[in-house]
Ligand binder design. Structure first.
Ligand code: FES
Length: 103
């Protein structure tokens, strides 16, 4: 396993998107975006469900404890570019924060 400083959990379950197909495609896209940035130390893991199934896929960044609704590739690209790479949360897509609750 590569050294990583952030861990992204992404839902590829059946209810975030129709049958989970778009969610699975976005999980694969997340891998491409991470691999395209060799300096980025991020591990990704597919999740089945976070029990907030709507307008997903849901994406959680740890250790930051930030939960996103990642409705579409433009949002995914912003999360990778701005949060994972730049260290700035994409606040308008955050739905929940560890220790604080729903946004
Ligand atoms: S199917 Fe994605 S949160 Fe439930």
């Amino acid at each position: 396993m590569r050294t990583h400083s952030k861990h992204v959990l992404m839902c590829a379950g059946p209810r975030c998107t129709e049958g989970g197909r778009q969610a699975e495609a976005m999980f694969l896209k997340l891998g491409e975006l991470i691999d395209g940035r060799p300096g980025l130390k991020v591990k990704r893991t597919r999740s089945h469900c976070f029990a907030v199934c709507k307008n997903g896929p849901i994406l959680v960044v740890y250790p930051d404890g930030v939960w996103y609704r990642c409705a579409g590739e433009p949002v995914l690209e912003r999360i990778v570019e701005e949060h994972l790479q730049g260290g700035n949360e994409v606040s308008e897509h955050i739905i929940h924060r560890l220790g604080e609750g729903d946004a």
